[in-house]
Structure formats: C-alpha cells, structure tokens
Design a protein around this ligand. Sequence first.
Ligand SMILES: Nc1ncnc2c1ncn2[C@@H]1O[C@H](COP(=O)(O)OP(=O)(O)O)[C@@H](O)[C@H]1O
Ligand SMILES: [Mg+2]
Length: 252
Amino acid sequence: MDAAIRYESVIKRFGEQVVLDGVDLAIERGRITFILGKSGTGKSVLIKHAIGLLRPDEGRVLIDDEDITRLPDRDLRRVRIKFGLLFQDAALFDSMSVFENVAFPLVEHRRLRPDRIAEVVRAKLGQVGLEGVENKYPAELSGGMRKRVGLARALALDPEILLYDEPTTGLDPLMVEQINALIADTQARQRGTSVVISHDIPSAFVLADRVAVLAGGRVAACGTPEEVRASEHPFVREFLAAGLSERLRPGQ
Ligand SMILES: Nc1ncnc2c1ncn2[C@@H]1O[C@H](COP(=O)(O)OP(=O)(O)O)[C@@H](O)[C@H]1O
Ligand SMILES: [Mg+2]
C-alpha cells in the first residue's frame, strides 16, 4: 500500500501507563481514514507521533517512507509542513483577527507579498464557506465558524496530509453535518490524505474510505467501513453497537 503515514510496532508509555502497545497501522495516501476509539485510548497520542510532537519508546513512524522516529527537531520542521492540523478547540489565537489567524502560517513559512497573502487568506476562507469575517475576532464567532477558521488556517500551506482531531465533538447535529460535508469537500479538492480522529461512528461510516479502531493500545480492526463493520473482535463489535445506537437516542 502507498502509505502517507506508517506506524510500525509503536509503543508509547507515560510512566507506568502503556498508551500505545504495539500499533501497526498504514494510512493510505489520497484517502480519508477515520481512527475511532473510546476517549482516553490514545488517539491524540497516536497523531502526535505523526508530526513528531511525541516520539515512540519503541517502534518506528514513517512519513512518506521517511523514518522520522529519531529525526532531529530542526529536520522535523520540513516534515511538519506537510501537515495541516485542526484541533478539537480549533486552537485559534484569540488576540488575532480571523485574517491574522489564517495568514499566520503563511507569514511564518512563506515569503509572500502582503497582497498575495491576502489573496490566499480570502481563497482559504472562501473554501470553508466563510466570507466577510476577516476582521472579526475568534470570541465573536460561533463554535462552527471557529472550526471553519481553524480549517482555513490548516489549509493555508496546501498540506499533503490533513489531521482532524475530533472535529465534530461538542457540536450540535446540524453543525456535525456541515463540518462532515466540509471534510468531504476538502478531501475532494485537495486530493491529499485526511486522517480524522473521532468517536462519531455514524460519521465514520459515511465519510471514511478506511477505518481503524484503536483499543487497548492496539489497532483492533482496520479496513474499509464494511470490513470493520464485519469485524469479529469483541471490543469492536461492542464499540460499534454502542456508538451506532447513540445517535438514535431521543433528543440527539
Ligand atoms: N503528555 C502526556 N503525558 C502523560 N500522559 C499523557 C500525555 N498525553 C496523553 N497522556 C495520557 O495518554 C492517554 C491517552 O490520551 P489521548 O491520546 O489524549 O486519548 P484520546 O484517545 O482521548 O485522544 C490518557 O490516559 C492521557 O492521560
Ligand atoms: Mg484526543
């Protein structure tokens, strides 16, 4: 498989706690992969290894077939620039306007003239369906709008790989649909690789090309949504059953 990200027998401990206990996973290039798992199972820890924010105690992490496991920090910059990150809370800079937030990576990493920066910022905001909010501040925006600004910022450098960490957690159902549509639309336009960390099982089965379920520090199931749905792994069956019924609860 042509893998954008490859985890090989990755073990990560924090003190006594073994969070990743031999993760083997290949994230296929050009596709949307959902990584599912209960809260606290190590999903965020896993993606932090892809950008070198955390390093494995054992095993290897490869990005575009390059082993980054022991890459010095100064070389990680070159690797990180391949990634666009959208964190759960959007992680916007509150003291900066929407424009400045989206322009930030361009100012940091590209030598562009101000008018060119403005052009890119407008294009990225347009791509996520935001217009006329450039001069607003994050505190003036709704949760869904902040998320869009975060996505526009993540897209600023045209990343090859987009990492979404719980993009829809805490949003109302209508907003979940909108963000999901945006993830699908972004994937179709960028034709890159998208990795979505989530515990939203229904969304995963609609959007994903591939699904990996993390449990007990390992990949309990991995494959197409159909393959994962057919998994015999007891944890996976229980996890999917619980997650699929959640949406059917009254008031959801
Ligand atoms: N930097 C850290 N230091 C110590 N423990 C951590 C650190 N990061 C995460 N953990 C622990 O690792 C476990 C998995 O965390 P995380 O990856 O954030 O879970 P989730 O699947 O909800 O994203 C949790 O028990 C968390 O407390
Ligand atoms: Mg997390």
